[in-house]
Design a protein around this ligand. Structure first.
Ligand code: ATP
Ligand code: MG
Length: 575
């Protein structure tokens, strides 16, 4: 058993540890079972971190198994993307990539076994009739007229279903359990449906496909899974999961444990809804940096470590329905990049500044640390020239009192360089500011000017040597915390029209070397990542990963302070 270093404790971890210590469990085997009908999202990351994390922590195995029982919605492209995402997150599955479809022969044999035991039958009711006969939460169901069919007839019909003698919906195979069970899942659930669909793994071999319930537990058992961890919506399926294991000659009996799914505010964690955004061209594919997909977050600039850290922070519980703040996810990536991203200067809204007392052709180069606390990072060479760009937001013609940046007649320090004073504002005929003319105080390199206090420091880029680049400013995709809260309304109405704003920016020359997916802090601006698709042939496109302001940490701090104060007051009252 390895030590608990990678992940925070939670109820499942504690339970498994107890089992191991009591000698009730040997080597543990978990699995991550995605359906290849879309890309993985941050909710899946929670499940991945949990399942792979447990295997890592207790020296067990975690399998990657595609739960591929619905060929109509599944695609090879999703299979490839899911594998890439799991690997990118830093996890390795034990053994080969597995597919539930690998077990179709065995599952079929087990279906025949149930028929022979009188525990399954072919039903001719239509899907609507089946629903009607099933009853409700308050009323028991009633048996299908086909429920008492003989074994031989059932076996024959099942075989003819398999080879495609019937049309879709004409017949199903059902378990024969209890039409009056208080748990609707036990009212003769469907085991096989007819589907004349070609399957990405098995081709045209099958005309019937097993249901999720008939597939999942048996696949777990065939793989020797010890702990089958899933989300809470499967809690009511657990008796059925166990019924199959009890009534089939399975090699081992895994145990199902449920936990609460992750819901994140200002976004959606449902593949179906994300697919709708992709299919309607509302976002730029499954890896659009605004999506909470793992590949979208990757393109946005998230690191695997930051996603794993976030999953540790949110923990694993059985408390359902909570919304986790996206600010917490932003916090996780921000603190990673704070420590690990090299710094650079970039001006998002360039305003030209001519430094009138710097001669034309003059150039000096500053050697600036790549990161204030990381000597291992390469030093940057930042050239200073007569013409530079500053950000439009760092200049105001009529500044309010506490504006410590540049204004007519005012001074400001250029980061890593001199103090300059704004002497003149040059405007176009229509009154738009075209450039500023400023003068440099050459006595201020690395020291304060004599007798004057210059509070503001702004970033800048040499106009001559700076590199043009496109910057994509991403924000929350939705304007409201829970876009799909109202089930009858259209969640698309809540899209944030400003979720992507693109600007033409100027960056310091060192950024020309940025490789796809390299991440930076643009000083005073935020954290950015070179786009993995667009940065080719010298084109520079940066995606904003996250801003600098940490609202989550701030709120945590305020809450801690308030708690402390409350406690003090309580103590005072007590005397
Ligand atoms: P979606 O509703 O987005 O399609 P799903 O549950 O149908 O999700 P699967 O591919 O079947 O997606 O899920 C694979 C695994 O990931 C399952 O074990 C599932 O419980 C887990 N999972 C899916 N969504 C979340 C979530 N939001 N939080 C935690 N785990 C999740
Ligand atoms: Mg699913």
């Amino acid at each position: 058993m390895t030590t608990d270093t990678t992940s925070a404790p939670n109820f499942i971890r504690n339970q498994i540890r107890e089992e191991i210590e009591a000698g009730r469990t040997g080597k543990i085997v978990t699995r991550f079972p995605p359906e290849p009908n879309g890309f993985l999202h941050i909710g899946h990351a929670k499940s991945i971190c949990l399942n792979f994390g447990l295997a890592e922590q207790f020296g067990g195995d975690c399998h990657l198994r595609f739960d591929d029982t619905n060929p109509a919605k599944e695609e090879q492209a999703y299979i490839d993307a899911i594998q890439a995402d799991v690997s990118w997150l830093g996890f390795e599955w034990a053994g080969p990539v597995r597919f539930a479809s690998d077990y179709f022969d065995q599952l079929y044999a087990w279906a025949q076994h149930l028929v022979r035991e009188g525990k399954a039958y072919v039903d001719d009711l239509s899907p609507d009739e089946i629903r009607e006969y099933r009853g409700t939460l308050t009323e028991p169901g009633k048996p299908s007229p086909y429920r008492e069919r003989g074994v031989e007839e059932n076996l024959d019909l099942l075989d003819r279903m398999r080879v495609g003698e019937f049309v879709e919906g004409e017949k199903v195979l059902r378990a024969r359990i209890d039409m009056a069970s208080p748990n609707i899942n036990l009212r003769d659930p469907i085991l096989y449906r007819i589907r004349h669909a070609s399957h990405h793994q098995t081709g045209d071999k099958w005309k019937i496909y097993p249901s999720y319930d008939f597939t999942h537990g048996q696949s777990d058992a065939l793989e020797g899974v010890t702990h089958s961890i899933c989300t809470l919506e499967f809690e009511d399926h657990r008796p059925l999961y166990e019924w199959f294991l009890d009534n089939l000659p399975v090699p081992v009996t895994p145990r199902q444990i449920e936990f609460a799914r992750l819901n994140l505010n200002y976004t959606l964690t449902s593949k179906r809804k994300l697919k709708l955004l992709v299919d309607n061209g509302i976002v730029d594919g499954w890896d659009d940096p605004r999506l909470p997909t793992i590949s979208g977050m990757r393109r946005r600039g998230y690191t695997p470590a930051s996603i794993r850290k976030f999953c540790d922070m949110i923990g694993v519980t059985r408390a359902d329905g909570g919304l986790v703040e996206i600010a917490m996810l932003y916090h996780a990536i921000r603190s990673d990049l704070e420590d690990n991203a090299p710094r650079a200067m970039a001006v998002l809204k360039p305003l030209k500044v001519v430094l009138t007392n710097v001669p034309e052709g003059h150039e000096e180069v500053y050697e600036v640390p790549g990161h204030p606390a990381r000597e291992d990072m390469a030093v940057r060479r930042v050239p200073f020239t007569r013409e530079i760009f500053i950000d439009q937001d760092d200049f105001m013609e009529e500044p309010p009192k506490k504006f410590f940046r540049l204004a007519p007649g005012k001074e400001v320090r250029l980061r890593n360089s001199y103090v300059i004073r704004c002497d003149e504002v040059v405007k176009s005929e229509s009154g738009e500011i075209q450039e500023l003319r400023c003068s440099v105080d050459f006595d201020t390199l690395g020291k304060n000017p004599e007798g004057r206090k210059v509070k503001g420091v702004i970033h800048w880029v040499s106009a001559e040597h700076g590199v043009p680049m496109e910057v994509r400013l991403y924000d929350n995709l939705f304007q409201v915390e829970q876009p799909d809260k109202d089930k009858d309304a259209d969640f698309l109405e809540h899209l944030n029209p400003e979720s992507l704003v693109t600007v033409q920016a100027m960056g310091e020359p060192s950024l020309a070397e940025a490789t796809p997916e390299s991440r930076f802090q643009f000083e005073r601006v935020g954290y950015f990542c070179a786009d993995r698709h667009a940065c080719v042939d010298g084109t520079l496109v940066f995606n904003r990963t996250v801003g600098l302001k940490d609202t989550w940490a701030k709120v945590q701090k305020q809450e801690a302070q308030k708690k402390e104060q409350d406690e003090k007051e309580q103590d005072k009252k007590k005397g």
